[in-house]
Write a protein of this length. Structure first.
Ligand code: FES
Length: 241
C-alpha cells in the first residue's frame, strides 16, 4: 500500500494502453488511497497534468477532482461532454452546497466529502461493469413525449441514473438537461422557458438548455446536457451508466 506523503504516482509510469484513473487533486491522504485503489484494480493512477491526449476510443475509467479548486466545475463539464462513459467524481473538503450542486449539475456521477470519497468511488467503480470504465455503457433511456405543441417541457425521466432528467423542445428540436439547478438544487422543469433560455423558479438563474451554458446567476455554474436520439423506435436520452 502506498504511504501517504510519498509520491503515489511513482517515479515512472507508462500509461500506453492502460486503464487510467486520473487525479485532479493534491490531497496526499486521498492520493494515497487512490494509489491503493488503482493497485487493487490494476489500473494506472496519473496526474491530470500527465494525462496528455487520451484517445476518445479509450477514455479514462475515472477522473477525480477537488471541486473546491478553481475552475473545477467547468472542467467536469468538459470531461463529461468529451468522455461520457468516464466516471467523473468530486471530492469536497468543506461544506459548500453550491459547489456540490454545481458539480452534479455539470455531470459528476459522484460527489463526496473528503473522508468518504475513495470508498464511495470504489463502490461506484464496482457498480460499473466490473469497475472498468472502458466497458461502461451509454444507456438509451426511452422518453414518452407529452402531446403538446410548441416549445417547452415535453418529457421527464425522474429515475435516470445520477438524477432526474427533463426533455425540452426548442424551435422543433429536443434537448435533455439535468433537472437540478446548480445553485441550490431547484427543479428546472418548474422554470420558465423563453427560446433556449430556462429561468430557475427559485432564484432566477438562467441557462441555455441547448448547450448547458449559464447565462445569468446567482448560479456560478452551468447545467448538464445529454444527447437526444430520435428514430423509428422512438426518442431516447443517452446517459452513461
Ligand atoms: S436554486 Fe436555481 S437559482 Fe437558486
Amino acid at each position: 500500500m502506498t504511504t501517504p506523503g510519498l509520491d503515489p504516482f511513482g517515479s515512472e509510469h507508462s500509461t500506453a494502453g492502460a486503464d487510467l484513473l486520473v487525479a485532479d487533486l493534491n490531497d496526499p491522504i486521498i492520493l494515497g488511497r487512490l494509489a491503493a485503489l488503482a493497485a487493487k484494480r490494476g489500473v494506472s493512477l496519473v496526474r491530470i497534468a500527465d494525462l496528455g491526449e487520451p484517445s476518445d476510443a479509450q477514455p479514462p475509467i475515472a477522473i477525480v477532482v477537488d471541486i473546491g479548486s478553481p475552475g473545477a466545475i467547468d472542467r467536469i463539464g468538459t470531461w463529461c461532454r468529451r468522455w461520457p462513459s468516464t466516471l467523473v467524481a468530486g471530492s469536497i473538503s468543506f461544506p459548500d452546497q453550491e459547489r456540490w450542486h454545481g458539480a452534479l449539475a455539470a455531470g459528476a456521477s459522484l460527489v463526496a466529502s473528503r473522508g468518504a470519497f475513495v470508498a464511495q468511488l470504489e463502490r461506484a467503480l464496482e457498480a460499473r461493469s466490473g469497475g472498468r470504465g472502458r466497458d461502461a455503457a451509454i444507456t438509451r433511456l426511452p422518453v414518452r413525449l407529452m402531446l403538446r405543441e410548441g416549445d417547452g417541457l415535453v418529457g421527464r425521466l425522474p429515475d435516470a441514473p445520477g438524477g432526474s432528467i427533463v426533455v425540452m423542445r426548442v424551435a422543433g428540436r429536443l434537448h435533455a438537461i439535468r433537472d437540478e439547478c446548480p445553485h441550490a438544487g431547484a427543479s428546472l422543469a418548474d422554470g420558465t422557458l423563453d427560446g433556449p433560455i430556462i429561468t430557475c423558479p427559485r432564484h432566477g438563474s438562467q441557462f441555455d438548455v441547448t448547450t448547458g451554458a449559464r447565462e445569468r446567476g446567482p448560479s456560478d455554474f452551468p447545467i448538464r446536457t445529454y444527447r437526444v436520439a430520435s428514430g423509428e423506435d422512438g426518442v431516447f436520452v443517452e446517459v452513461p451508466t
